[in-house]
Write a protein that binds this ligand. Sequence first.
Ligand SMILES: Nc1ncnc2c1ncn2[C@@H]1O[C@H](COP(=O)(O)OP(=O)(O)OP(=O)(O)O)[C@@H](O)[C@H]1O
Length: 334
Amino acid sequence: MSVPAIDIDGLTKFYGDVRGVEELSFSVPEGELFGFLGPNGAGKSTTIRLLLGLLKPTDGTARILGVPVDDRDSFLDVLARVGHIPGDPRFYDDVSGRKTLDYFAGLSGDARRDELLDRFPVPLDRPVRAYSRGNRQKLAIVQAFMHDPRVVVMDEPTSGLDPLVQQEFYEFLREERDRGVTVFFSTHILGEVREVCDRVAIIRGGRLVAVEDIDDLLARSGKVVTVRSPDAIDLADFEFPETIDARIEPDGSLRLVTSGNYDALVDALDGYRVDDLEVRETAIEDVFMHFYDESEAEREDDADADAADADSRDGESDAAAEPSPADAEESADA
Ligand SMILES: Nc1ncnc2c1ncn2[C@@H]1O[C@H](COP(=O)(O)OP(=O)(O)OP(=O)(O)O)[C@@H](O)[C@H]1O
């Protein structure tokens, strides 16, 4: 079996007492479009910075193309085959876009510069200071891909792009994936994951909630059935083995999420008059909220356990400790 493009094993980072990420383990095979989804503060940027060796882990390891990030000499060679778009791309403001790209070309090459600029044009002779947010992002895209990397790691790469450029970028990512490039990108936008990803890791509160194939996730998430009836609907009539969730909406209609066929539903409906019946795919939002809700419950359990722990310790405050400025930010010993 070939070596995964990205391999993360037990990766943990604490900023003082603050959890950045804890015990993350997953891998991404070559040629996959992999989404890394989580709300603000979930630990996406921390993971990406650990993966690229920009931050030192508290525990665990990350590998790109089989090389551990802490094997500095070999890892520098690997980085020549990696593209990176940081969350907030920064360039020297007084330097033109062209000179900026010249600089990066000197480091790792620019065989695809012209092709990328045709696709994601920017005002090359203007200083980057004068760039709009979108143009800055496009410059970051060209810079990340122009040396024809094997693996590209991106932190919320579509922020600031207008919808047309976003679509162009998604198309470009699919083409890159089809050429065998591995694309890892973080996002908090659910639709983006559905539209472009093959698989997704869902992270919340620094912990991995799930790693799922997008199609499987949607397939086993069921269908949403809404029934409107002039009769009072009794929920008990709709508790079949296939029922994932059933509730009566404020307007009296039945909302049922079902994973199976409709025989039991049709039988149950026999006792009711039906004004309206609608069956639709589960929205990806519902699917992810399900994971987020579960993870929220787990966090509350953790918080309860922590509080119980603190109560059991004599003389200790149960307030969460703030990180001291000294240990808040830390860079790797590169
Ligand atoms: N330099 C730092 N010092 C202290 N805490 C930090 C630092 N960087 C991140 N954190 C904390 O680590 C956790 C994860 O943050 P991170 O920036 O990785 O999340 P994120 O998913 O990228 O969020 P966003 O989408 O808002 O960028 C948060 O609780 C954050 O406050």
